[in-house]
Design a protein around this ligand. Structure first.
Ligand SMILES: NC(=O)C[C@H]([NH3+])C(=O)NS(=O)(=O)OC[C@H]1O[C@@H](n2cnc3c(N)ncnc32)[C@H](O)[C@@H]1O
Ligand SMILES: [Mg+2]
Length: 430
């Protein structure tokens, strides 16, 4: 790798030092007999100035170089309060690695065009900031999971059964048989708890969702946990501790990047346990009191959740959903057979569901009955049912949509901006 310093590491105390920077031409302007190039690298930006007096050769090359050209620039550090970072480089050397005559992304580029050239949109510092925040959220999750004694495991993505309903399965040909892309690692995590007790995985999950909403992708990153001996209330405490740590740690490490997307950090700062908890029944009452047309037993979609989140200034739980709107594996509420021991975590500010979780049905016969009730064939779940025959234990788990979390933390207007190359019903290229 070439000897260079990063833009963010060039400080006023380095005045007079000679430095070498490598990156891309972010901005360029000519003022009188000076050429100013704002160089961009992964750490930020740095103003560089070229004049004939400093170097006629460098000045001539600087005049010719195009936006987003890749360059190496050398010069001497000078403090200048007018420069974007308070310092600039008096440049006497520029090596043009590759000159760009015309970079296709311009200021007025439409969202659809940016998605068409997403591979070039990744040059953008704003996009880089989103990815830095996403990476830091996962760094924080790993920190918390390690200190709380959870084991990372690596479940399969090629599977033979639905977890979250057959209508959103991506089918594929697996040699001479049919297979699917995983909707959720959950069932495999449930098998892993018999040896490891507390497990987690980060995997891509696939949903052939036809709904074109601001919060659905067809491929997304899914952080899932599963724990033996835990009931719904235990796993809800795990969820709020994990999400709180992820948000607070990312606020600590990426405050500057977050402030580039939202000025008001209140809801993020409020993200501390315990989170408010309301029952599904209470949620329906709230929605009806606010004029939403919804009856008990109906599912809450993005619109209903948006209204519900107006009542809260931090993430909150909705628990105790009706059995018929939830998945087959969820344990029936012993106190009310109409309901299951499930809870979703909803993000405030209109973002809604970021986590789906539940206590699992650990009784063999009840699970067989639920599978049949859902119109599925117990034969397809034989291995999964075995988990209820050989030392079954009460257990619970959940799945957090990483892009859903990023979309809320940065108040993005669409989940597609929260992932490197978004996959939606109408987009699988580039
Ligand atoms: N291990 C578990 O218990 C997880 C469980 N089997 C599960 O998949 N639940 S979920 O369908 O609500 O999805 C979990 C989360 O996954 C996210 N999710 C769910 N579907 C999507 C789509 N289509 N796009 C983006 N994100 C999505 C969202 O945050 C959900 O709360
Ligand atoms: Mg869900």
């Amino acid at each position: 790798m070439i000897e260079k310093v990063y833009c963010a590491d060039v400080k006023p105390k380095m005045e007079g030092e000679r430095v070498r920077l490598a990156g891309w031409v972010y901005r360029k302007r000519e003022v009188g007999k000076k050429v100013f190039i704002v160089l961009r690298d992964s750490s930020g930006i740095m103003q560089t100035v070229f004049t004939k007096e400093l170097s006629e050769e460098a000045y001539t090359k600087a005049k010719q170089v195009g936006i987003e050209s890749s360059v190496i620039i050398e010069g001497v550090v000078k403090v200048d309060p007018r420069a974007p970072t308070g310092v600039e480089i008096q440049a006497d050397k520029i090596e043009i690695i590759q000159n760009v005559e015309f970079f296709p992304i311009t200021k007025d580029a439409s969202d659809e065009f940016l998605l068409d050239v997403r591979h070039l949109h990744l040059h953008s510092p704003k996009v880089a900031d989103i990815m830095k925040v996403k990476g830091t959220l996962m760094q924080a999750a790993r920190e918390w999971l390690l200190q709380d004694g959870w084991y990372e495991v690596f479940p399969p993505i090629l599977v033979t059964g639905a977890v979250e309903g057959g209508s959103t399965l991506f089918k594929l040909k697996y040699f001479d048989r049919e297979a699917y892309l995983s909707q959720s690692a959950q069932l495999y995590l449930e098998a892993a708890i018999f040896g490891l007790e507390k497990v987690w995985s980060l995997t891509p999950s696939f949903r052939a969702e036809k709904s074109r909403t601001r919060r659905h992708l067809t491929e997304y990153w899914h952080l899932e946990l599963e724990a033996a001996w835990m009931d719904l209330w235990d796993i809800m405490r795990v969820e709020e501790e994990l999400v709180s740590y992820m948000v607070q740690r990312t606020l600590e490490l990426r405050k500057k990047e977050i402030e580039g997307f939202r000025k008001d950090l209140t809801t993020l700062k409020n993200t501390e346990p315990p989170f408010p908890r309301i029952s599904y029944d209470e949620a329906i009452d709230i929605l009806q009191s606010k004029g939403v047309k919804i009856e008990w037993g109906e599912d809450m979609g993005a619109d209903e959740e948006r209204v519900l989140t107006e009542e809260f200034d931090r993430p909150f739980f909705v628990y105790g959903y009706p059995k018929h709107i939830k998945a087959f594996y969820m344990k029936e509420d012993p106190e009310d057979p109409r309901k299951v021991l499930a809870a979703d975590m909803l993000a405030p500010e209109g973002y809604g569901e970021i986590i789906g979780g539940s206590q699992r049905e650990d009784d063999y016969n009840k699970l067989v009955q639920r599978i049949i009730e859902e119109g599925m064939d117990p034969k397809n779940y034989e291995w999964y049912l075995d988990l209820r025959k050989y030392g079954s234990v009460p257990h619970s788990g959940f799945g957090l949509g990483l892009e859903r979390l990023v979309t809320w933390v940065l108040k993005l207007d669409h989940i597609r901006w929260a992932t490197l190359f978004p996959r939606t019903p109408s987009r699988i290229y580039p």
